[in-house]
Ligand binder design. Structure first.
Ligand SMILES: NC(=O)c1ccc[n+]([C@@H]2O[C@H](COP(=O)([O-])OP(=O)(O)OC[C@H]3O[C@@H](n4cnc5c(N)ncnc54)[C@H](O)[C@@H]3O)[C@@H](O)[C@H]2O)c1
Length: 320
């Protein structure tokens, strides 16, 4: 049977590009996008779309039945910075949506599930450099607690009920097609917009706040690769460490200055600096590399030049 895919939270930063890529691979009709709101024109016009609340279990079941869905990518979540402002709302969304999907996997209604975790599962007691796959995990944010708990439930549903759930701990994802959704790493996107518009940027993280990051195309590639890998290659059913680039705001600014000589950066760290301080600076992702062949393509130079070009073109279009 050909795959029929449902993406929940498809209008977000990652969901938008993931939907477009999956439609390219499987054909438009095989990939149903859904969200609580409408998204970018490119997404809305390229295939089927449903308004769907990730916490509405009967609603999800109805869409799964209507389109004979057998794979779900659950991308809806409240991200780190936003979740700190609405902890219980974040907990309810991040946990209940996952339970609904895992339960449907247990019942055999869905064959395969993708659920993203995050580097936010780590905390101040985690080794910061080359953070191992298995290590101390004491997250201090609501978001991190929800992701760590989610990982435990994924592994439990796999071990106990054989649910084929696969997961990646995304680092900060950098892209230009859709704006980011309220995370601690959003500065690494805002900086490009401000550099091109105003030639200056005030960073909400300190200049030496080093975090693991990844360009969107690599994140999409990893997501699709892990879902396409044979089941026996997936030895970790909580979530895989995944890495590409690490840098500080100062290092990123210097890279941008190679293209825009008069760009200036200043620093006014806010509450997000504390979140950043609790996260790793770099990640050991050797398990993902050996289990299912993960390899990134974008380094700092390639990511920076791609972002400057992409954001530049978008800004030009919006002023026309
Ligand atoms: N972007 C990153 O840097 C990053 C890093 C680590 C992990 N992640 C994870 O990847 C996933 C996708 O992240 P993103 O950056 O695309 O997030 P985003 O905030 O850009 O998108 C989330 C989408 O979910 C939708 N949504 C919110 N509440 C919903 C609900 N009740 N029902 C249905 N949809 C709802 C929103 O409208 C939005 O379109 C999340 O699980 C996130 O935790 C993202």
């Amino acid at each position: 049977m050909a795959d029929k895919i449902l993406i929940i939270g498809a209008c977000g930063q990652i969901g938008t590009e993931l939907t477009l890529k999956l439609r390219e691979i499987h054909g438009a009709e095989a990939v149903v996008a859904s969200d609580i709101r409408e998204g970018a024109e490119e997404l809305m016009q390229s295939g089927p779309f449903e308004i769907l609340d990730a916490t509405d279990e009967p609603g999800i079941r109805a869409v799964v039945k209507k389109y004979e869905i057998n794979q779900v990518y659950l991308m809806a979540a409240m991200l780190s910075a936003t979740a700190e402002k609405a902890p219980m709302k974040a907990w309810n969304l991040n946990m209940n949506s996952l339970f609904h999907i895992l339960e449907m996997g247990k019942e055999g209604l869905i064959d395969k599930i993708f659920w993203p975790s995050s580097i936010a599962v780590f905390g101040p007691t985690t080794p910061k450099d080359q953070t191992p796959q298995i290590t101390a995990m004491e997250p201090t944010t609501v978001y991190g607690i929800s992701k760590q708990t989610g990982e435990r439930w994924c592994e439990y549903f796999h071990r106990k009920f054989g649910v084929d759930v696969r997961s990646i701990r995304y680092p900060g994802i950098i892209s230009y097609k859709t704006l980011p959704g309220g995370g601690t790493t959003d500065y690494a996107i805002e900086i490009f917009h401000e550099a091109l518009k105003n030639k200056s940027y005030t960073s909400f993280l300190a200049k030496d706040a080093e975090l693991p990051m990844m360009y969107m195309d690599d994140a999409i590639k990893a997501t699709i690769d892990i879902m396409e890998a044979p089941s026996e290659k997936i030895s970790i059913r909580s979530s895989y460490n995944l890495a590409a680039i690490n840098f500080t705001p100062e290092v990123l600014a210097k890279e941008i200055q190679k293209h825009l000589k008069d760009f200036e950066i200043s620093y006014e760290p806010d509450f997000r600096q504390q979140i950043a301080e609790s996260w790793p600076s770099s990640i050991d992702d050797s398990q993902a590399r050996s289990d299912w062949g993960w390899k990134h393509d974008y380094d700092l130079e390639k990511m920076t030049s791609t972002m400057l070009k992409g954001v530049g073109e978008r800004l030009e279009k919006s002023t026309k």
